[in-house]
Design a protein around this ligand. Structure first.
Ligand SMILES: Cc1ncc(COP(=O)(O)O)c(C=O)c1O
Length: 454
């Protein structure tokens, strides 16, 4: 097929160095003339090259060869590390060049402001852009209620210990959950009550009991693409949880760290069921953009404004101006939306590959969750296998994953759960990685039985 010919030709030009990293590819029009084909054929070929992470597109500019691309032969691929451990975004898909452009523009636009301290709440013009962007996520609020934070972790860390208008003291959280939140609870020596996230969600009766009897100030929930289980609540579950929070005067911190990746346009955030301030909506730019930006946001009720600003001031005065300015330009220019569209496609492709591999390869005695979330999922190992043993065994085979122990409060700890993140695993390596995990499980179980019966 003609588009494959174009793909082949471009791969050859890149591999032989005719096209170097950072070089611009021929325009769609030029190539359609050279190959005497339609522009759509060229676009299809360029899409294919983008999927292979050989090139990337810059809106209104063209296509470029990625930095650091090096042809990998099959032998090298077979020996490559398979990294289900790293939790950052897919490195190949990050908009470095676009963002560099936005940073340069931000320096130009905000050079005066950088010599002085700025607003604790965040750059006003960024907060306007954020309010617009949040509408896409069904979060309707005004810029004045949006607080820019230095990574969403900062909002979580500050909110854990702030006094809340309900005058209550304790924290309720899902089990397992984001390890950073558990660490904040520990650092502040708060009392925390866990509620188990199972394959079918949480037990709402148990949640009600906790809310009723334990002086719960706030319930921390990762409402979609849960870390680490990959679970997403249904709208009905979210509505019920918000109703319970209203009934028992509990605040909710809704950590929607990857909401942008949800292609289900009908999925509402909990915030949509009570925009009055009972649901504190927190969002990160780390998973969908660059973790090094250290930017996130929290939508807060007016009653929390003063205490939150005092705490934020004490922590770091305000988040860095330069990255705030660059994010504003990135959002305003439409680059962010285009980037998110690509990310959704990328992660849903990876999720489908993982799902197929889990279904086809994992032994029946293993249960797993979240394979369709596109980022995190967990595998629960059959007794007597422990996560530590399997991970040690897999390291020898150059497969890396995470022990989920640190994602539990001590009274909930499970020794037999591993977390996989597929964000930094190349598509071609997902199946091979799961195959190695499956083989490792079978081998270790066999060794155990042999030892017992010899
Ligand atoms: C569920 C969840 N929330 C928040 C964070 C923190 O993100 P940020 O980099 O915005 O501080 C993470 C980071 O891994 C996370 O997994």
């Amino acid at each position: 097929m003609l588009y494959e010919e174009i793909v082949g030709e471009m791969v050859q030009r890149i591999e032989t160095g005719v096209l170097k990293p950072g070089d611009k590819l021929p325009s769609i029009r030029t190539l359609s003339q050279d190959f005497a084909c339609s522009k759509n054929t060229v676009i299809k070929a360029y899409d294919e090259l983008e999927k292979k992470h050989l090139i990337y597109s810059v809106p209104q500019s063209g296509y470029y060869v990625v930095d650091g691309y090096r042809a990998r032969d099959h032998a090298e691929e077979a020996a490559a590390d398979i990294d289900f451990l790293s939790a950052g975004p897919d490195r190949h898909a990050m908009p470095y060049r676009d963002f560099q452009h936005c940073i340069n523009q931000a320096i130009e636009r905000y050079k005066q402001d950088m010599f002085t301290y700025s607003d604790i709440e965040g750059l006003p013009s960024l907060r306007v852009q954020l309010a617009r962007h949040l509408q896409e996520l069904q979060v309707f609020t005004i810029p004045e209620r949006i607080y820019v934070v230095t990574g969403s972790q900062q909002a979580l860390h500050l909110l854990v210990s702030l006094p809340f208008p309900n005058g209550k003291r304790n924290i309720c959280l899902e089990q397992p959950t984001h390890a950073g939140f558990i660490e904040s609870v520990r650092q502040h020596q708060m009392t925390a009550y866990g509620i188990e996230v199972r394959r079918d969600g949480i037990d709402l009766k148990r949640l009600e009991e906790l809310f009723r009897h334990h002086d719960i100030k706030l319930f921390y929930t990762v409402s979609r693409f849960h870390n680490p289980t990959g679970y997403s609540y249904s709208n009905e579950e979210k509505r019920r949880i918000v109703e319970l929070a209203q009934q028992y005067d509990v605040y909710i911190i809704e950590d929607d760290y990857m909401g942008d990746l949800d292609s289900n346009r009908k999925a509402d955030p909990m915030f949509a069921y009570d925009p009055s301030g009972r649901v504190i909506y927190v969002k990160s730019f780390s998973k969908v953009m660059l973790p090094g930006l250290r930017l996130g946001l929290a939508v807060l009720p007016d009653e929390l404004r003063d205490t939150f600003l005092q705490a934020k001031f004490a922590a770091d005065v305000h988040s860095p101006m330069l990255t705030q300015g660059a994010l504003e330009i990135y959002l305003q220019s439409g680059m962010f939306s285009a980037h998110i569209d690509r990310m959704r496609q990328l992660y849903s492709r990876k999720a489908a590959l993982l799902q197929q591999a889990y279904e086809a390869l994992l032994p029946a005695s293993v249960s797993y969750s979240g394979s369709l979330s596109g980022f995190y999922s967990t595998i629960e190992l059959p007794a007597p296998l422990k996560a530590k043993q399997l991970l040690h065994h897999l390291r020898e085979d150059r497969v890396f994953a995470d022990d989920a122990r640190r994602m539990y409060l001590s009274e909930f700890v499970k020794e037999n759960v591993i977390r996989l993140s597929i964000s930094q695993v190349e598509e071609e390596l997902i199946e091979r990685g799961v195959q190695k995990i499956a083989k490792g499980i079978v081998e270790l179980l066999r060794q155990r039985t042999q030892v017992r019966f010899v």
